[in-house]
Design a protein around this ligand. Structure first.
Ligand code: GDP
Ligand code: CO
Length: 685
């Protein structure tokens, strides 16, 4: 997709409100973009970034007695990778609408090979589980969940969390245009990818909301919406010295949030829910009221508004519904917000009186506000609903299981990050075997600790080990010449130099051809005895390295650096190295060979990745494991540098602060280092 470049972001304390951005292209192609970061130009968001987010997103579909044909159309517009959670409050009994919805969903899921969940809001076991977990306020006097779309949404949020999702989006089921539904889900992912914070809300605005009166008339959307925006903006304006009209989506039904944010908000019952979400963000995170949560204050909350291309055509419930059911609740939550100024309150009262929504001397009714979903004991709730999930699952028997709450997972994921060298460290210096470290690799994976290779090896060589070990984390190739990130790994877009296979490549060093041409000059000088791997046959490389033929061939697939051997006595070698420097090249010594580069930098590569991980999951604690001099830059960049023993059972002399030396050659030492990392994470919790 391609979205219009951003205007001025407005700050309300820690809340960043982004002005509405228009979608320019629903599909921006698969071309490799230019090297420059697209910051001022319209911004292009990669298909893979969107797909990666969709895999972590649940779409909650509230439904109450809608036409199943329309419902079916909505389903067909939900991107394949999103998990659908249908929250129904439809009529049951003789005419069983729920049953028809279940059948429609079942047919759709079987045909499209998808899983989904459908739950009736009035399921007594759901009510029981909620009461049991401390969320009894969502029940009515019959001890069932209260009616209303808002209640359905909250349950959707809780289920999305139990099912291990990171994002939740809402899409009404009375939408006549499947293409619009599809577009909404794209916007949600785009919104998340544009955010700098894990606390993010994406809200949609449509330019046209056609009315059907004789002929199709494209009316600029909504009076209710205009009025609500006006008072939310008034609310914000009274907090500073500048008038603003930044909020244009105050009651956008179509919106999405990261679960981390969704769990913190308070929810109004009825149609005030969307406005209340906004008000709850301002109340808690603007800094105007008491500070609710320090980490959120630091990271900030992003409110991203985007304008859709497809028109919004849905079931219209009449003018009366609009005013009484929608406008009154929307204005009520602004009015009753503890931070609302008297001036704004007076204007709201006058507005409602003028529209004859309340009597002349009447009060603005107050809505019931439900506490944040995080007050629900998530582990307990997961345990209770896990038994019923198989019953809610569509198709029948689909393996939909409760998993660790996303936040718990994330805390573990974010806690630690391991950077490791390969040759002589994870791989034995002589046999190249990682066998002694295999159990430890698995233990780290189980604990969700990413393992980032940082080695002199080529991309092709590292891919082999990544595949064998099932490691899907980013990696640093050819001694810091480039950082390689699988396309769906991070949720946001970042600048990169090119794509290769299914990865983004961030280049730090110059391409191989440049390095090679400079080396050529040196090779021509008879007093210097340099042999480049690139000039050897695969057999020869295999012979000098001890690599088998397959690996030797992959080692020759160099993209940035050249591996060389230097013949001669110490003096000769020194002179050769000096000559390498003279032509502007750099080198590192990996124990056997010299790695010659132009601008590669392991330390820089590690730092770039650390920044990306921080953006993705908050603070990280980094561990580096290496064995030799060429790991120094990496070791100096991490919080906990660890070095393993060489083949002679001692440690290379390296100049690194707070260095921890573990016993064990290569992978044996690696295993010890990994246990230290795991023990540390236990302490930290
Ligand atoms: P509008 O489209 O915003 O004017 O409001 P609608 O009345 O059309 O409702 C929006 C969506 O919520 C539709 O998909 C409805 O089917 C659904 N909905 C309405 N009431 C309820 C309810 O009590 N529970 C659930 N789960 N969904 C509801
Ligand atoms: Co509707």
């Amino acid at each position: 997709m391609r979205i219009e470049s951003s205007g001025q972001v407005e700050h309300v304390g820690a809340v960043r409100v982004h002005p509405v951005r228009r979608m320019l292209e629903l599909d921006s192609g698969a071309r490799v973009p230019s090297r420059v970061k697209e910051s001022v130009e319209p911004q292009r968001i990669e298909r893979d970034v969107i797909a990666g987010i969709h895999q972590k997103m649940a779409i909650v579909l509230p439904i109450k007695d809608e036409d199943v044909k329309v419902f079916e159309g909505v389903l067909s517009g939900i991107p394949h990778d999103c998990l659908m959670i249908v929250m129904s409050n439809s009529r049951r009994g003789e005419v069983d609408n729920l049953k028809r919805e279940q059948e429609t969903l079942e047919r759709f899921c079987v045909a499209t090979k998808r899983d989904a969940i459908i739950v009736h809001q009035k399921d007594p076991r759901l009510a029981e589980a909620l009461a049991d977990c401390g969320y009894g306020r969502i029940l009515d006097e019959t001890s069932l969940v209260r009616s209303g779309k808002a209640e359905g949404m909250i349950i959707g949020i809780l289920l999305a969390e139990v099912l291990g999702k990171d994002y939740v989006g809402f899409i009404d089921t009375d939408n006549y245009i499947p293409g619009a539904v599809w577009e909404y889900a794209q916007h949600y992912a785009v919104g998340f990818s544009l955010s700098q914070s894990p606390y993010v809300m994406a809200r949609l605005l449509w330019r046209y909301k056609p009315k059907i009166s004789g002929k199709l008339y494209f009316k600029k959307w909504g009076r209710v919406s205009e009025i609500t925006n006006k008072y939310v903006n008034h609310f914000i304006s009274t907090k500073g010295n500048f008038e603003t009209d930044i909020i244009r989506t105050a009651n956008a039904g179509e919106h999405a949030m990261s679960l981390q944010l969704a769990k913190k908000l308070t929810y109004a019952t009825g149609y005030g829910v969307e406005t209340q979400e906004l008000m709850s963000i301002f109340e808690q995170f603007s800094g105007l009221g008491p500070v609710a949560d320090r980490t959120i204050m630091e990271k900030g909350v992003d409110i991203i508004q985007t304008e859709t291309i497809n028109p919004h055509v849905h079931e219209e419930k009449g003018e009366e519904h609009l005013l009484q059911d929608m406008l009154v609740p929307s204005l009520s939550v602004i009015y009753h917000n503890p931070l609302c100024e008297q001036a704004t309150r007076e204007l709201i009262t006058r507005q409602l009186v003028d529209l004859e929504c309340i009597p002349r001397d009447g009060e603005v009714p107050e809505l019931l506000i439900l506490p944040p979903p995080e007050t629900v004991d998530a582990g307990r709730f997961a345990g209770l609903v896990d038994r019923q999930l198989s019953e809610y699952a569509v198709p029948k028997g689909a393996a939909v299981r409760a998993s660790l709450p996303a936040a718990v997972r994330r805390a573990q994921e974010a806690a630690r990050l391991v950077f490791t060298d390969l040759d002589g460290t994870l791989l034995h210096p002589v046999s190249y075997s990682y066998a002694a470290a295999l159990d430890s690799v698995r233990a780290l994976q189980e604990a969700n600790i990413p393992i980032v290779f940082c080695s002199a090896k080529t991309r092709a060589e590292q891919q082999v080990y990544r595949q064998e070990l099932g490691i899907a984390d980013p990696f640093v190739i050819e001694n810091g010449a480039a950082v390689v990130v699988p396309k769906d790994y991070f949720r946001f877009s970042f600048s990169y130099s090119r794509t290769a296979d299914d990865c983004f490549v961030i280049e730090i060093g110059s391409p191989y051809a440049e390095v090679k041409s400079k080396l050529k000059e040196l090779c021509a000088r008879p007093e210097l005895q340099i042999t480049c791997f690139g000039d050897l046959t695969t057999e020869e490389v295999s012979k000098v390295t001890g690599l088998n033929l397959v690996m030797a061939a992959l080692a020759k697939q160099r993209e940035y650096t050249e591996t060389v051997t230097i013949e001669g006595d110490k003096k000769r070698v020194q002179a050769t190295l000096a000559a390498i420097k003279e032509v502007g090249l750099g080198y590192t010594f990996g124990g056997k060979f010299y790695e010659v580069c132009l601008g590669a930098d392991k330390g820089k590569a590690v730092k770039i990745l650390m920044e990306l991980f921080k953006l993705n999951s908050g603070d990280v604690y980094t561990i580096g494991i290496g064995d030799s001099l060429n790991d120094v830059e990496m070791l100096n960049a991490v919080d906990l540098p660890i070095i393993v023993q060489t083949v002679n059972k001692n440690w290379n002399k390296v100049n690194v602060k707070n260095l921890k030396r573990v016993t064990g050659i290569g992978p044996e030492g690696w295993a010890r280092a990994a246990s230290a990392v795991l023990a540390g994470s236990e302490q930290k919790k």
